[in-house]
Design a protein around this ligand. Structure first.
Ligand SMILES: [Fe+2]
Length: 177
């Protein structure tokens, strides 16, 4: 399973810290093993069940968000210099993990993918946080998972979380109807 996850998530290799890289991979391996979906499914299923005729896949959407977050952070570091501090490992691990809990929101009923009752009660920012904590993911990354979605609008996000939040939404909002 590890090799399969590495294949769908080449961006995991971008994490420089070896321990964080392993833990990020472990979160995905564990969650896929406990979901109704396989790594191959993630490259086929639409990234949102709420968008009609969505042709963008789950992995395309997720990888685009990670790539956008990194590009944004690089430009900000180049242009703002010492005025801003961005931890790239934290940002990348966070961007990779924001939707890991989403795998637990799905169920397959009558051959159709839908949101499970548990997924309706506990959305993925919360289930993702629980998974991350279980695997010893640092609190700075847990913060990104917890605040990446609308649930995070009430508090103050870190700079890494602000970037990931926007990267996620620019690769989502254009497809909303
Ligand atoms: Fe999300």
């Amino acid at each position: 399973m590890k090799e399969k996850v590495k294949k769908i998530w080449p961006e995991i290799e971008w994490i420089k810290d070896k321990t964080l890289k392993e833990k990020t991979l472990d979160c995905w391996v564990h969650t896929i093993e406990n979901s109704v979906l396989s790594p191959e499914d993630l490259e086929v299923i639409p990234f949102s069940l709420l968008i009609k005729d969505c042709k963008i896949t789950f992995m395309n959407h997720k990888r685009t968000a990670v790539q956008l977050a990194v590009e944004m952070a690089e430009i900000m570091k180049n242009n703002f210099g010492d005025e801003i501090k961005i931890n790239m490992d934290i940002l990348i691990a966070g961007a990779i993990l924001i939707d890991v809990g989403k795998l637990l929101e799905y169920e397959i009923k009558d051959g159709k993918l839908s949101t499970s009752p548990a997924g309706k009660l506990v959305r993925h920012p919360f289930s993702g946080l629980a998974i991350a904590d279980r695997f010893g993911i640092p609190v700075e990354v847990q913060h990104i998972i917890a605040t990446h979605s609308k649930e995070g609008d009430l508090g103050q996000r870190t700079v890494e979380s602000i970037i990931v939040h926007h990267a996620d939404f620019v690769s989502f909002d254009p497809f909303k109807v």
